[in-house]
Design a protein around this ligand. Structure first.
Ligand SMILES: C[S@@+](CC[C@H](N)C(=O)[O-])C[C@H]1O[C@@H](n2cnc3c(N)ncnc32)[C@H](O)[C@@H]1O
Length: 219
């Protein structure tokens, strides 16, 4: 390697947060309520800088049709919904009524509930209900890691050429370098599968726990 990559220290991480557009009131309250109500699960929530990135990318791409797998208390879906073009829609999948009950309240508070459709149930089954043509502009995958290959293979054919798939937690707290558990190997196996998929070109962004950004190739 001909350059030294920048190590993101806690101080540098705080600096980048301090110099990015701050979360608005509804977003800040959703983050706070998730941490207070679900302390054991709150770390599942996307990082604030990922939420900002999702909104920015959605808006830059003029997204009209998006799918999210793994909604939890709604931060990533709220961010996508806010970036959608006029008349746009995000379809969300999650198995938990409890977690998504919080999400529904915040979508309403933010005035975006009419742009979000939630489908509750195992995503591997429910994704098959989606139209089979390549109509999606944006996909965000952030659910159970064992399901990643299935979600990827259900969704890649449904993304239009030039559309984008994002996949969260692909650096797995760094354990991809020395995978010891079955969970670790689930992620490394998925990363190999995505890199070797001729239908996409991709880059792993070192944001939060690692985010794959893949573009569906033409043809
Ligand atoms: C990492 S969290 C998602 C965080 C969310 N993107 C956010 O911004 O806060 C993972 C979610 O996947 C859901 N999940 C787990 N297994 C699932 C499955 N088989 N089908 C659908 N959702 C699932 C969980 O209920 C949980 O809410």
């Amino acid at each position: 390697m001909s350059y030294e990559p920048l190590a993101l220290t806690p101080e540098l991480h705080q600096y980048l947060l301090d110099h990015s557009t701050p979360p608005d009131q509804v977003t800040a309250e959703l983050i706070a309520e998730t941490r207070a109500a679900l302390p054991g699960e709150a770390s599942m929530q996307v990082a604030p800088e990922q939420a900002a990135f999702l909104r920015l990318l959605t808006s830059l791409m003029g997204v009209r049709q998006a799918v999210e797998v793994g909604t939890f208390t709604g931060l990533s879906s709220l961010s996508i919904a806010r970036g959608l073009a006029e008349g746009g829609k995000v379809t969300c999948f999650d198995i938990s009524e409890e977690f998504t009950g919080i999400a529904r309240r915040y979508w309403k508070r933010a005035g975006v509930e009419d742009r979000i459709e939630l489908r509750v149930g195992p995503a591997a089954e429910r994704l098959r209900e989606l139209p089979s043509e390549a109509y999606l502009d944006l996909v965000f995958i952030d659910a159970d890691k064992a399901g990643y290959p299935t979600y990827w293979n259900e969704l890649v054919p449904r993304v239009r050429p030039g559309g984008v798939l994002l996949v969260d937690n692909v650096l797995w707290s760094g354990r991809v370098l020395d995978p010891r558990s079955e969970d670790d190997r689930t992620i490394t196996t998925f990363n190999d599968l995505a890199r070797d998929d001729p239908r996409v070109e991709l880059v792993i962004l070192p944001i939060a726990d690692g985010l794959t950004m893949a573009r569906r190739r033409n043809g």
